[in-house]
Ligand binder design. Structure first.
Ligand code: PHE
Length: 326
């Protein structure tokens, strides 16, 4: 029996058959166990001899079986490791990372510059009333900008804001006559234009407003010059040209000098019209202020040499990817 079992255990092909052999020889109903059970029938002299022999064999078979078990397990483990081997030299799967839109990039830069000069960032609604967009800003009833041809109206009283200047009025009202007021407001604005390289029916403006005692035109000049030097580079030349806006008096158009193209207009500005202050609850005898409004696309186009405003809105990744690390 020992020889037969040893032979079977040594040549067994897999772990499962090995376990079957274990049951066959050593299990409760196994062959060796059968021999031990039958010992009662032996003579008292034979019993210890056969008993210790059977136990010896049992021990040897158990040892052999567990050796074989261990070697099967080891083999299975090494096969598994081999199958699951990871080739660290294979190229990984790359997940494309997006980039910040150039308009948001430039808005962030402009915000940083003005925050550095003590301004706060304000916001206002894109759907405006005629009152905030025009009336409170001193546009007369028959002003051409109020024409349906120029603005997107929902009703005679509601429209998409045509500029960020209504936020001037909303800010003043919210401050309830207190000073100082020092805000900038970035946001989308809408005009009925046919889209081309320099026009877009939706574009972006940044409004600025300062109201306090003794605010003067020279402060406006200083704030704008330091902004322009920060965004276009130290030494950039700037000039103010007289202009007209219903809500500022005097009003100016601000140009910067570009070596290739000459003087280029980049924003409108002026001293806040006394009527605007008054309507918003500020005494124009005590307080003065200045305001400015710039087109963000225009600034980005000049700064980065972008030729067509439509690039900002077409979502062409070849364009957008260029602004990853500006
Ligand atoms: N709101 C004006 C425009 O859209 C710009 C402006 C803002 C001018 C503030 C003067 C003061 O053209």
């Amino acid at each position: 029996l020992k020889e037969e079992a040893t032979e079977a255990i040594e040549t067994v092909a897999d772990l499962e058959s090995l376990r079957e052999l274990k049951v066959k020889y050593l299990g409760k109903k196994g062959e060796l166990t059968g021999i031990l059970r039958g010992m009662g029938k032996l003579s008292p002299e034979e019993r210890p001899v056969i008993g210790s022999l059977a136990n010896d064999i049992r021990g040897q078979l158990e040892e052999l079986i567990s050796e074989r078990e261990a070697s099967f397990e080891e083999k299975a483990l090494s096969e598994k490791l081999h199958l699951e081997k990871i080739d660290v030299t294979l190229p990984g799967i790359t997940h494309p990372v997006g980039s910040v839109h150039p308009l948001n990039l430039i808005i962030e830069q402009i915000e940083d510059i003005f925050v550095g000069m003590g301004f706060e960032v304000a916001e206002g609604p894109e759907i405006e009333t005629d009152y905030y967009n025009f009336e409170a800003l001193n546009f007369l009833k028959d002003h051409p900008a109020r024409d349906m041809q120029d603005s997107f109206y929902f009703t005679p009283e509601m429209l998409l804001r045509t500029h960020t200047s209504p936020v001037q009025v909303r800010t003043l009202e919210a401050k309830e006559g207190y000073v100082p007021v020092r805000i900038i407001c970035p946001g989308k604005v809408y005009r009925r234009d046919d889209d081309d390289a320099t026009h877009s029916h939706q574009f972006t403006q940044i409004e600025g407003l300062v109201v306090d005692r003794g605010v003067s035109m020279s402060e406006l000049n200083g704030v704008l010059l330091s902004f322009i030097e920060k965004i276009f580079g130290e030494g950039t030349e700037m000039r103010l040209r007289p202009s007209y806006f219903p809500f500022t008096e005097p009003s100016v158009e601000v140009d910067i000098y570009d070596p290739e193209r000459g003087w280029i207009e980049i924003l409108g500005a002026g001293m806040v019209h006394p009527r605007v202050l008054e309507k918003a609850g500020y005494n124009p005898e005590r307080y003065t202020g200045f305001a400015f409004g710039m087109g963000v696309e225009r600034i980005a186009m000049l700064k980065y040499g972008i030729e067509d405003i439509r690039h900002f809105y077409n979502n062409d990744l070849r364009f957008l990817r260029q602004f990853r690390s500006v």
